[in-house]
Design a protein around this ligand. Structure first.
Ligand SMILES: O=C(CO)[C@H](O)[C@H](O)COP(=O)(O)O
Ligand SMILES: [Fe+2]
Length: 219
């Protein structure tokens, strides 16, 4: 299993202070920064787009893990690449041409991720899993931070980990000190967390605990 990476979701940060919040998370020990992009169409919420990624890029060298909760993910590849995104995570439910999209993202220089909603079968990922850098298994319905972790998504993580021991498997939604163990045990190694990190008295300790628990589950 690949090593742990902790990716705080800036959705839970103070957007008016985005660059200092991002750099604060890196100082607290974050490996990546998770950027939730929502278009008000694929999900019932509207957040940020490539211009904000571009602005943030002027203030940090950190790995920007971009989660595209958008219809027509094909449309934004070039803008995100130019903006300085590191990873382009599109939803499998949002495209009927995943192979072409994977190729376009690669050509742009970004890493490639595919995200999957809780009710979508993991079987849809298998044909592409050896062509991508990461699979993001959602553990809440996408759209909002602060929701409850869905335990019934764990069999998907487990099945994917069994078939693809070297793939980065990311979990997103409701990850906290009481759910991390279960996610790590199932085989997740990239941990997104918004509420549980940003609302913590000591984010550094939470990040470190997440990392230690994931690494301790490695075979
Ligand atoms: O993609 C997301 C929502 O669609 C967010 O990344 C996710 O919800 C993180 O927030 P929290 O840790 O508070 O659940
Ligand atoms: Fe996300």
């Amino acid at each position: 299993m690949p090593s742990a990476k902790i990716s705080p979701s800036l959705l839970s940060s103070d957007f008016a202070q985005l660059s200092s919040e991002a750099n604060r998370m890196i100082k607290e020990g974050a490996d990546w920064l998770h950027m939730d992009v929502m278009d008000g169409h694929f999900v019932p919420n509207l957040t940020i787009g490539a211009p904000v990624i571009k602005a943030l890029r002027q203030h940090t060298d950190a790995f920007l893990d971009c989660h595209l909760m958008v219809s027509n993910p094909e449309k934004w590849v070039d803008d995100f690449a130019k903006a300085g995104a590191s990873l382009y995570n599109f939803h499998i439910e949002a495209t009927d041409k995943p192979l072409e999209l994977i190729e376009r993202i690669r050509k742009s220089g970004m890493k490639v991720g595919i995200a999957i909603k809780p009710k979508t079968s993991i079987d849809l990922i298998y044909p592409f899993a050896d062509k991508i850098d990461l699979c993001l298994v959602m553990t809440v319905e996408p759209g909002f931070g602060g929701q409850k972790f869905m335990h019934d998504c764990m069999p998907k993580v487990k099945a994917l980990r069994e078939r693809f021991p070297e793939l980065d498997i990311e979990v997103d939604g409701g990850l906290a000190l009481d759910t991390i163990e279960e996610a790590a045990k199932a085989g997740a190694n990239v941990i997104v967390a918004g509420t549980s990190i940003f609302k913590a008295d000591n984010p550094k300790e939470v990040i470190l605990t997440f990392r230690n628990i994931v690494n301790s589950k490695q075979k």
